[in-house]
Design a protein around this ligand. Structure first.
Ligand SMILES: [Ca+2]
Ligand SMILES: [Ca+2]
Length: 139
């Protein structure tokens, strides 16, 4: 949830059994319906700006969330997404095309170092397969 969020829908997270991590960057606690966090796992953790931890923990219904921790403790997404050759944070057919272009020498590996997905120094069919697998798994 972004900094600018003012409120969330009444049952936004109602019955989200597998919800584990909630990140809210808003310093002022957004309005939320009383049932917003009903039936989420007790292990769910809400990450909010450092100075707002106590406020969230004391404000219903946010206080229903098992744990409230500062943003700094939030799990970071992997800095380098494997197979994201062009660095746009998604692995898709554009990345696949880049790997192919490097394999057929239409593009250079020095320009796209992440095309060497398995890091063995060459861009070949193994790297191609890896990118395909990431895309297929996502689909
Ligand atoms: Ca990409
Ligand atoms: Ca490789």
């Amino acid at each position: 949830m972004p900094k600018t969020i003012l409120s969330i829908a009444n049952s936004a997270f109602y019955d989200c059994w597998s919800l584990q991590t909630l990140i809210c960057e808003a310093e002022n606690v957004p309005g939320a319906g009383s049932r917003s966090f009903e039936n989420i796992p007790a292990t769910a953790t809400l990450y909010v700006p450092q100075g707002s931890v106590d406020t969230y923990a004391a404000t219903t219904p946010w206080s229903q969330i098992g744990q409230v921790k500062p943003l700094a403790a939030a799990p970071q997404p992997p800095a380098n997404l494997k197979g994201d050759v062009n660095g746009d944070d998604v692995v898709d057919v554009d990345d696949l095309n880049l790997v192919i272009n490097i394999m057929v020498k239409k593009a250079s590996m020095s320009q796209w170092p992440d095309a060497d997905v398995d890091g063995n120094g060459i861009v070949d069919v193994d790297d191609l397969n890896h990118v395909i697998n990431v895309i297929v798994r996502k689909a």
